[in-house]
Design a protein around this ligand. Structure first.
Ligand SMILES: Cc1cc2nc3c(=O)[nH]c(=O)nc-3n(C[C@H](O)[C@H](O)[C@H](O)COP(=O)(O)OP(=O)(O)OC[C@H]3O[C@@H](n4cnc5c(N)ncnc54)[C@H](O)[C@@H]3O)c2cc1C
Length: 500
């Protein structure tokens, strides 16, 4: 159906209609648009984006050194070769997406400064209505669409997560969260303490180390890091041979995926040896005298949290050079001058950075209503982690947590387009996932099991997420290696998808 613009009778608001409404113009939303154009060329669509530009995560985060922590051969799209080094800066990722918008003629479909506030499904009209306002809360608009494709990411973009540390108000200097980094923050010659030791801390510490008087990474417990050169031998060799970029991209993707599969397998089956290797990697940079046992020997199994790559060992080099240090302790209280630790030591600081993570947001902080009933997303069962029981005509992109996010976004996009074409073939306007009689006794399991992956932002908010079951198609395995075969071959008439 083509775009229709009309005036709402009740509010004299403009109402625009599209076949598909995409929320978010990050890497997943742009991927959704690409797949729609390729696989469902007759469908009209729009991308509604809250921010002033595209890129999502890579636009939001502006802290020093911001870069990917997985390689761009797999974080980039299958269909758009990556030609740089494996780990890329936010700017390089935005340039890549910028090229995509031009090459695929997607730019004209994006509406910036459009924040979706409510999503209402009407079974009678067989469509969604989205209430949308400008980011500043400005004029409200209305969009209707047959299918809603949620590409809103997994965390709240407006602000990061900062725990309520005791005595924060006492500290005299700035307390900064990396997600809302002040552009004018002057840290030259200053003492900086970074709370946290995840990928963000590991990125910003080496980027700031040379400029600060000193920078300290304060962690409650150690994290695994994977020190690797920021180059890929296979890519370098193929590039030297002038092999077409498309081939190089695909070959290197397959090589990286195989390597990661082996690491994942070992993290379950051979975790002690893998742990020893990762720790030995840190030791090689830090030297024999460094207390690796205290600061870089985690208690959890490798891969239970994302394994952050440290390109060229930059974090360790900063520590070895004495520009950065690491303290493993607990925060007793903030003080006027810094942070008092449980051990009794006080860390002096001019600036404190809270690299303490995200606020998980399941559905872009949008209020959903289905036929007059407010939706509690946590009541729903995830159907292949893409659709949800009781929610008609809606798909959601939740990518991989270990493998690059985009590997799953690509797969979800293929699935959604196949579903849309299947609906068209059947003459169906509505598809709603529903438990079969035999599924009704399923145990309700968390969408991501703690023993599988236990990043803090997930553990804190798992209760707002939908649940998974113990049988297909209600399992959300987070396993690329099984889903790569299962999702493209999924039976769309297995009795769990009710067409109308
Ligand atoms: C610092 C950092 C580094 C990361 N590095 C990696 C990495 O190396 N590899 C990896 O696999 N993953 C990484 N991730 C995870 C990363 O978020 C995803 O991989 C990926 O960028 C998510 O893309 P997305 O398009 O799904 O969501 P996002 O990038 O979160 O984009 C979602 C977009 O939707 C918009 N939006 C949300 N709600 C609404 C609404 N109600 N109305 C309108 N618009 C809305 C947002 O403004 C945003 O632009 C990283 C995350 C962070 C924060």
């Amino acid at each position: 159906m083509n775009v229709a613009v009309e005036m709402s009778e009740s509010t004299s608001q403009t109402v625009e209609h599209f076949d598909v409404l995409i929320v978010g113009a990050g890497i997943s939303g742009i991927d959704a648009a690409y797949h729609l154009q390729q696989q469902c060329p007759a469908k009209s669509f729009v991308l509604l984006e809250n921010q002033e530009s595209f890129g999502g995560t890579w636009l939001t985060h502006k802290f020093p050194g911001i870069r990917s922590d997985s390689d761009l051969f797999t974080f980039g799209y299958k269909w758009k070769p990556w030609s740089g080094p494996p780990i890329a800066t936010a700017e390089e990722i935005l340039n890549y997406l910028d090229e995509v918008l031009d090459e695929q003629d997607i730019r004209r479909h994006i509406r910036y400064l459009h924040q979706v506030r409510t999503a209402t499904w009407s079974g009678e009209d067989k469509c969604w209505t989205l209430e949308v306002t400008g980011a500043d809360g400005g004029e409200s608009r209305r969009f209707t669409g047959n299918f809603l494709w949620m590409c809103q990411g997994y965390y709240r973009h407006s602000e990061g997560y900062t725990p309520d540390f005791p005595g924060m108000e006492r500290f005299q200097g700035p307390i900064v969260h990396p997600q809302t980094w002040p552009e004018d923050l002057d840290y030259k010659g200053k003492q900086v303490v970074v709370i946290g030791s995840g990928a963000t801390a590991a990125t910003l510490i080496p980027a700031m180390a040379g400029d600060c008087a000193h920078i300290t990474m304060l962690q409650r417990s150690p994290t695994f890091f994977y020190a690797r050169p920021n180059s890929n031998e296979v890519a370098d060799m193929l590039r030297q041979l002038d092999i077409p970029e498309e081939w190089t991209h695909e070959i290197v993707r397959q090589q990286i995926l195989k390597d990661q599969q082996e690491i994942t397998r070992r993290s379950f089956e051979d975790s002690d040896a893998l742990k020893d290797e990762l720790i030995a990697g840190a030791k090689a940079y830090l030297g024999e005298d460094f207390d690796v046992d205290t600061h870089f020997t985690p208690s959890y199994r490798p891969w239970r949290q994302r394994l952050a790559i440290v390109p060229d060992g930059d974090l360790f080099k900063g520590i070895r050079a004495g520009q950065a240090s690491v303290v493993t302790d607990q925060i007793e209280t903030f003080t006027e001058r810094g942070i008092l630790l449980t051990s009794g030591r006080e860390l002096e600081a001019d600036i404190i950075v809270t690299a303490t993570g995200f606020n998980l947001s399941a559905l872009g902080d949008i209020d959903f209503t289905i036929d007059g009933e407010p939706l509690n997303f946590a009541d729903c069962w995830a159907h292949r982690g893409i659709l949800f029981s009781g929610i008609p005509n809606m798909a959601w992109v939740f990518g991989y947590l270990r493998t690059s996010w985009t590997m799953r976004a690509d797969m979800v996009a293929g699935f959604v387009c196949r579903l849309l074409n299947h609906m068209a073939e059947k003459g169906a306007d509505v598809v709603t996932p529903q438990l079969r009689e035999a599924d009704k006794d399923m145990p309700a399991l968390p969408l991501v099991a703690d023993e599988n992956f236990n990043a803090g932002y997930l553990v804190r908010k798992m209760h707002i997420m939908p649940k998974q079951g113990d049988r297909e198609p209600w399992i959300f395995s987070q396993d690329y290696y099984s889903e790569k075969d299962e999702i493209p071959a999924a039976d769309l008439d297995d009795g769990t998808l009710i067409y109308r």
